[in-house]
Design a protein around this ligand. Structure first.
Ligand SMILES: [Zn+2]
Ligand SMILES: [Zn+2]
Length: 824
């Protein structure tokens, strides 16, 4: 057609950079608190400063921007900030590898990533950017440490830690993966004792298991609760009676007090303080060698179900108070000091691990819970199902579930035990023996002991001239200027703490700083936090279930109790997006299947990449990148471009009736599309939303061809198409809005409303006949198919009576008007 030849071509490169510049110049997306509108805090997990914005970042950020833009058009005052998670091991390791300073490396990455982030065309308010490695930010990370310290929630303790000999640092349990290797370098992890700083996250164990009032994916809640690992059981006291040893008991936690009569050995963690006191002299050498061996293993290795369990008898006994039997004491590395009391009672007949252990060392395996029909024979394997108590004194004959209660009650009456609760969760270890982190603001004085750095002296600056290569000790140890200081209390020479903080501390509060990023009196302006928090929608990867998302919840509850905020949960709704793969595989450099978003932006434009990422799959599932798929989306946006700019001409010969019918249909489909797109956006169903807009475009193309509606009716529908598309393809719609002669900016326009009456499906009356006689009438949609009409008609009682027990020999169907059953 000649018209389309006259329309200028869609040139995304030109219009996208133009609008991005104008939006920035006009500060279109800068946000202020505003009590006249409801607020909406839309947060995407801030990226780590790894160097490049990859497709995963785009997949996290573009769709969340679409949702934030939608809320903005709906009239919300939307805060959608962006920043950088910039401290930590990956940056430090990368800098060491390249022989440059971590600060230089990180800030180069920030510049590059900021440029790439701008190319997404999001509504980020860049005046609120935070970078966690800058003193203006980490000053407040240190300030929060002091607040937690004052509240008794931070403490220092000697503890065995996971140690990576290659990275030369302590690892959190979560950073030890697979068969006990370091998540970063795959080196087997060993154990070490160090004085470390901890946060008392265990104080909040129960509250952290409670997710009421927040709308989070079920699987994340389950993962968090497994992480807390709460179990109910009984702590039982076994008697010790050894001359010269003060300790008179060993306490053990069990969820199976009903099996206590079947205990034939006691296992202590090799690190248990009683081991040294209880080991008999003839066993000392063997026990010491075993302790050394177990220290070389990580917790995960020790708990591995694959590994054969071994241990050493330490030469002494305790007494089972229930039956007076002597129980040999062993140590074994599968028992961890940190779990329960660091002791496990061995009940081989009723626990698989204990069974294998008893077989290996020829320990007795007495049955105390009888399987149905048991005749006193030896067990071939551990029996862990319910049964009847036997060999259990006064409890014989009880169902073992009843025994759990009765034995516990008896132990409590005798003062030999108490019902209690045990948790898998340990306190949060935040000390890192590395350079690239926020220094812990503590000073050690010979006279005054541990002294917190006074608030007015913050930040404790991370010295730039430190030798930061990993040695196994904190690099800051070797920086005399940093280490040597004076005690803030007595003025004597003193030393600074040289460990830095876990970077998960930096990301536990960044969402507060965005509300007032330049506020100096404190970490945040309380009024602004009150206005914006909690975050209404938090989006990011599910891999953060038990670390970042867990720590941020703890942090919020801790500072609530300190009185700094008055809400319980930081993130009201959580949504996890899936991942984009290529060629059926996760993208990786080694596989050579990495899709670089910059290339596609350069070729087809940001709007195409945005729309494609939403269209490719349900957001929570993720999907496969497909080049022909993105080309199809690009073609669609070209059609939108032409459709809006081509001159619409009404066909002169169209009659009034025809126009009225066509306009009614156009209004109906337009309002149905508004309704569908609105609901899909509310429910975060981006792929079906894009599909609905594509369908709407197809329909409008047909209307353009038939030319049956008035130019005014046409224009109304085109305007709605642009408004509905605005969150997804912000540049294209801004350009077309301007070319249509409307006021800048489409993004300040309100979201279209649908009219319930107009959106209603049209209905026609279907006449139902049997052998030519009228039997019923039915209101149906005009596009009803023959099989649908037949189904609905045969279900009508008044029709049914005339069809029962008859053969339908023919059906005559006049679409949308009549159906006639010929029967015999
Ligand atoms: Zn490592
Ligand atoms: Zn002092």
């Amino acid at each position: 057609m000649s018209e389309s030849m006259m329309v200028t071509r869609y040139n995304p490169q030109e219009i996208e950079s133009k609008w991005q510049q104008k939006w920035a110049d006009d500060r279109l997306y800068e946000v202020k608190e505003d009590d006249t509108r409801p607020k909406w805090y839309a947060l995407t997990m801030f990226p780590y400063t790894s160097g490049d914005l990859h497709i995963g970042h785009w997949y996290a950020m573009a769709p969340s921007d679409v949702h934030a833009r939608f809320k903005r058009m709906q009239g919300y005052n939307v805060l959608h900030p962006m920043g950088f998670d910039a401290f930590g091991l990956p940056a430090e390791n990368a800098a060491i590898k390249r022989g440059i300073h971590p600060f230089t490396w990180t800030m180069q990455n920030v510049d590059n990533m900021r440029r790439q982030l701008r190319s997404i065309g999001a509504i980020y308010d860049w005046s609120r950017e935070v970078v966690t490695c800058l003193p203006e930010y980490y000053q407040w990370t240190q300030w929060f440490f002091l607040k937690l310290y004052e509240a008794g929630l931070a403490y220092r303790d000697k503890s065995p830690v996971n140690w990576c000999p290659s990275c030369q640092t302590v690892l959190a349990n979560e950073q030890v993966i697979g068969e006990g290797v370091c998540e970063r370098c795959n080196t087997p992890v060993t154990r070490r004792d160090l004085e470390q700083w901890f946060f008392r996250i265990t104080n909040y164990a129960d509250e952290l298991m409670d997710h009421t009032g927040i709308d989070w994916p079920e699987r994340i809640k389950i993962m968090q609760n497994n992480w807390v690992g709460k179990s109910y059981g009984t702590e039982i006291s076994f008697a010790l009676d050894h001359p010269g040893i003060e300790d008179k008991e060993i306490r053990v936690f069990t969820t199976r007090p009903d099996t206590t009569f079947g205990v034939t050995f006691m296992v202590l963690a090799p690190e248990h303080p009683l081991v040294a006191r209880l080991t008999s002299p003839d066993k000392k050498a063997e026990v010491d060698a075993y302790i050394v061996k177990s220290r070389r293993q990580s917790e995960i290795e020790r708990l591995s179900t694959e590994k054969e369990k071994d241990g050493v008898f330490i030469g002494t006994y305790c007494t089972n108070r229930l039956n007076g039997e002597k129980v040999p004491i062993w140590i074994a590395d599968y028992v961890l000091l940190g779990y329960g009391t660091g002791v496990v009672m061995g009940v081989p007949a009723h626990d698989e691990r204990d069974f294998a252990f008893a077989r290996k060392y020829n320990l007795p395996i007495p049955v105390v819970i009888a399987p149905p029909g048991w005749q006193g024979e030896e067990l071939e394997e551990a029996y862990i199902e319910p049964g009847t108590m036997v060999n259990s004194g006064q409890f014989n004959g009880l169902p073992n579930e009843q025994g759990v209660k009765d034995v516990s009650r008896y132990l409590e009456e005798k003062g030999w035990g108490k019902r209690t609760v045990s948790y898998r969760l340990r306190d949060w270890l935040i000390s890192r023996q590395r350079y690239w982190g926020a220094p812990i603001p503590i000073i050690y004085c010979d006279k005054c002991g541990t002294v917190p750095v006074p608030e007015k002296d913050l930040p404790v600056l991370l010295p730039e001239d430190a030798e930061f290569k990993p040695t196994g000790e904190s690099p800051l140890n070797y920086n005399e200027k940093f280490v040597n200081t004076t005690c803030p209390r007595c003025g004597s020479p003193a030393r600074r703490e040289t460990d830095t903080m876990d970077t998960f501390m930096c990301s536990s509060w960044y969402f507060l700083r965005y509300t007032s990023p330049h506020y100096h009196p404190s970490a945040f302006d309380p009024e602004k936090v009150n206005y914006w928090l909690p975050v209404d929608l938090y989006t990011g990867g599910a891999e953060h279930a038990v670390m970042h998302l867990f720590y941020a919840r703890f942090f919020t509850k801790a500072i609530r109790d300190i009185g700094l905020v008055d809400f319980d949960e930081p993130f009201t709704r959580l949504f996890n997006q899936g991942i984009i793969i290529a060629g059926k595989h996760k993208m990786s450099k080694s596989r050579g299947n990495v899709v670089t978003p910059d290339e596609y932006v350069a070729e087809m434009g940001t709007d195409t990449v945005r729309a494609y990422l939403m269209f490719v799959a349900p957001w929570e599932q993720g999907g496969e990148w497909n080049d022909s798929g993105i080309v199809g989306v690009n073609r669609w946006l070209n059609r939108v471009w032409n459709l809006v700019l081509e001159e619409y001409r009404k066909r002169p010969e169209t009659g009034e009736d025809e126009t009225a019918v066509a306009e009614k249909e156009l209004a109906r489909i337009t309002h149905q599309t508004i309704k569908k797109v609105t609901e899909d956006l509310e429910k975060i169903r981006f792929n079906v939303m894009i599909a609905a807009l594509m369908e709407f475009t197809n329909y409008l193309s047909k209307v353009m061809e038939t030319g049956a509606v008035t130019p005014a009716a046409w224009r109304t529908s085109i305007d709605h198409l642009l408004l509905l598309l605005a969150p997804s393809t912000p540049h294209l719609t801004e350009e077309l809005w301007e070319r249509s002669g409307y006021e800048y900016s489409i993004h300040n326009h309100s979201w279209p409303q649908w009219d319930r009456e107009l959106a209603k499906d049209e209905e026609v009356t279907l006449v139902i006949q049997v052998n030519g006689k009228l039997r019923d009438r039915l209101a149906v949609p005009p596009a009803i198919t023959e099989s649908e009409a037949r189904q609905m008609a045969t279900e009508r009682p008044r029709v049914k009576t005339h069809l029962d027990n008859k053969d339908i020999v023919n059906v005559i169907y006049v679409p949308g008007k009549l159906i006639n059953f010929v029967v015999r």
